[in-house]
Design a protein. Structure first.
Length: 140
């Protein structure tokens, strides 16, 4: 693996699409990398990654602290779908992504989320930005 962001993003996506509470609300194909306002709703998109390389570890491994923002998009409605999706994402990731053999999660910070309406008044979308942070290792 060359990019720790892609490794963590893959592990997170695998964890999310394996979460039945989430996939009952969001089609698995709408849980993906991407930026901006999505065409298909509801969606969970990964973007705004940051990597802090921490160096080498034992066994020819490298370590990095990775920050990733997960964007939750849904039509505004009385049932508050976006917040239900956010709760399902939190439940799936509360203790970190499932191990996938490509990366090892040494440290996982509990997700935090900020909610807002779409800035375009003619659109009725709710948007949540969930911050994720992990220290991961991978073999070189």
């Amino acid at each position: 693996m060359l990019d720790p962001v892609l490794g963590l993003q893959t592990a997170i996506r695998q964890t999310l699409i394996a979460a039945p509470d989430l996939t009952a609300l969001v089609d698995a194909k709408n849980i993906r990398a991407g930026g901006g306002r999505p065409d298909n709703l509801p969606s969970v998109l990964f973007s705004n990654a940051q990597t802090e390389y921490l160096g080498r570890t034992a066994g020819s491994q490298r370590a990095a602290r990775v920050f990733l923002t997960t964007h939750i998009w849904a039509q505004e409605d009385g049932a508050d779908t976006a917040r239900q999706i956010g709760a399902a994402v939190f439940d799936a990731l509360e203790f970190g992504p499932n191990a996938n053999g490509e990366i090892f999660v040494d440290e996982w910070h509990k997700p935090s989320v900020v909610w807002g309406r779409d800035p375009q008044p003619n659109l009725t979308l709710t948007h949540g930005a969930m911050s994720l942070e992990a220290v991961i290792r991978w073999k070189v």
